[in-house]
Design a protein around this ligand. Structure first.
Ligand code: F6P
Length: 550
């Protein structure tokens, strides 16, 4: 089925529909349909999705739904739940949804039920977090742990880091959380500065326990600890691990009892729901961590039960495909007007781009159209004073997601109303634009001469018709954050299904890692000679040696 989606009648119908509707102006769609907001909005899991500011009508949604059906979406959703190895290139099931299951859905992998193992790790997390927080677990010198450092990268960093930051108002356990991911020496220097080895706990988070960056940082942190405490056995009280690779973690010095299991059916970028989220549990406590899981589960329930045209993740996926594939938009911007979600775009970059940045279909066949877009964005209102000019008057089509909350955690004067006013104003301005006559009228009213108006007019007109979704969250609490993350996970999955790609491998990341290992000896010693690299790379290596320590 997948290789032929490009040739399917559903695909062709959408191409035709796009050609015949390309001139539509959204402001006209609104003026001819007073019900447009009601028609094109969905509420689920305390999140409202308004997708009315898009270049769509009912027929567009119907045709996109046909495409989803032609791609076999319902069957693929069911395969995911049934533990079928839909990650075909690695022959793995994809069951991050099981990590947040609230009931007893019989999730299985190779005929084995997996909920008991998941619940066992959750209990282990609760016990451990409680022990550390109450002081039942102490460091090597019997001091209470005050700081927890997450050592990991990619999915072992971005999700937990974003969530810890987003849920700061719930971080009342007294433990301070830190993240060490990069191997720029500056990063470890910054993170360890000010930490007391006697009261610091390191969580080495690495699904594979072989990621070079994490290994280098874990080894450096262990040396820092052992040098300070003067005893190798201190490692047992200050290092715990989250991994599928027990052997490597114990060889590093982490005791078996201090390991939290992970499973190969959880992708790194989908793993914050597992013990990879241990640092989040330290920040907000285990009860709130479980509320976060419950939030994810409520979005799952919606995803697996709502009809396509009322299904929030599916609708977001279909609209994304409409622009990305049929309008050939190259990027998709995400702008949270919520300070706590500042790191959401970075998490979504990995989630979306590592999942759907693919050019081969599931069976290896070449893909004949554009797949995953470039995901980018930052926090509002700051973005308005950074890159919004291009969205308003640049030449490119840039679909956007705006994310805002109704209730802030802190009431400061009229800040929240101002924040939301700005968010809504941006999506309205992007949709409506400003016509020539509107711009003229405005300048006339401001008392400008005809000559001035004529000169300024081209600069004062806004084309508008820039599409956006708005997600309004009741409040950024653990449950709603869980629902929001699950929403984006399912959106990415649905898009992958429709494009016929495997969203759950990441072979492309490996090549750079391999070359780095080849280059390393050339940087470590000037005597190493090889012609195996291109002249540019060799020139840069030479420059490095010439100026090292200069
Ligand atoms: O960036 C590649 C990648 O494999 C990601 O998919 C993953 O999240 C990250 O590296 C870290 O991997 P690990 O948890 O195995 O250290």
């Amino acid at each position: 089925m997948q290789p032929t989606i490009f040739h399917s009648s559903a695909w062709q119908a959408l191409e035709k529909h796009q050609r015949s509707t390309a001139q539509w102006q959204m402001r006209d769609l609104f003026s001819t349909d007073p019900e447009r907001f009601n028609r094109f909005s969905i509420e689920a899991a305390c999140i409202l999705l308004d997708f009315s500011k898009n270049r769509i009508n009912r027929e567009t949604i119907a045709l996109l739904s046909d495409l989803a059906l032609a791609a076999g979406l319902p069957l693929e959703m069911e395969k995911m739940r049934q533990g079928v190895p839909i990650n075909v290139s690695e022959n793995r099931a994809v069951l991050h949804v099981a990590l947040r299951e609230q009931g007893d859905y019989p999730y299985q992998v190779n005929g084995e039920p997996i909920l008991p193992g998941i619940r066992k790790v959750l209990r282990q997390m609760r016990r451990f977090v409680d022990h550390v927080l109450t002081g039942a677990w102490t460091g090597f010198t019997d001091k209470k742990i005050t700081d927890v450092v997450n050592i990991g990268i990619g999915g072992s960093d971005l999700g937990p880091r974003m969530a810890v930051e987003a849920l700061q108002p719930y971080a009342n356990t007294g433990v301070k959380c830190h993240f060490l991911s990069n191997i720029d020496p500056e990063h470890i220097h910054q993170v360890l500065a000010g930490l007391n080895p006697e009261t610091t706990l390191f969580i080495v988070v690495s699904k594979s326990f072989s990621t070079l960056e994490t290994q280098l940082n874990a080894v450096a942190a262990r040396k820092w600890l052992v040098d300070a405490l003067g005893d190798e056995s201190a490692v047992a009280k200050h290092f715990v691990g989250v991994t599928t690779n027990k052997a490597a973690a114990t060889a590093f010095g982490i005791q078996v009892d201090n390991l939290f299991e992970m499973w190969d059916w959880v992708g790194g970028r989908y793993s914050v729901w597992s013990a990879v989220g241990l640092i989040l549990a330290f920040a907000i406590g285990m009860d709130e961590f479980e509320a976060f899981l419950a939030g994810g589960a409520s979005m799952d329930q919606h995803f697996f039960s709502a009809p396509i045209d009322q299904n929030m993740p599916i609708i977001m996926a279909l609209i994304g495909i409409w622009y990305n594939t049929f309008y050939k938009a190259h990027t998709h911007a995400v702008m949270p007007y919520v300070q706590g979600l500042q790191r959401l775009p970075a998490h979504l970059q990995q989630l979306d781009m590592e999942s759907n940045g693919k050019r081969a279909g599931k069976q290896g066949e070449p893909i004949l159209f554009d797949t995953g877009p470039v995901i980018w964005g930052d926090v509002g209102v700051n973005v308005q004073h950074a890159f919004f000019q291009l969205l308003h008057q640049g030449t490119r089509l840039v679909p956007c997601d705006f994310i805002a909350t109704v209730n802030p955690h802190f009431e400061v004067n009229a800040h929240q109303a101002n924040l939301l006013a700005n968010c809504l104003a941006q999506s309205e301005a992007l949709m409506k634009g400003k016509t020539t006559s509107e711009a003229q009228r405005e300048m006339l009213k401001a008392g400008l001469s005809e000559q001035q108006i004529e000169a300024l007019l081209p600069h004062k007109v806004f084309p508008g018709n820039q599409p956006s979704n708005t997600l309004l969250l009741r409040k950024l609490d653990p449950k709603t954050l869980g629902a929001l993350l699950a929403l984006y996970e399912h959106k990415v999955f649905v898009q992958g299904v429709i494009w016929g790609i495997n969203s759950f491998d990441q072979w492309g990341v490996e090549y750079g890692k391999q070359l780095a290992l080849d280059i390393l000896p050339l940087l470590s010693s000037e005597k190493e000679k090889t012609n195996a690299h291109d002249p540019s790379t060799m020139g840069l290596i030479q420059y490095f040696h010439q100026h090292r320590h200069s």
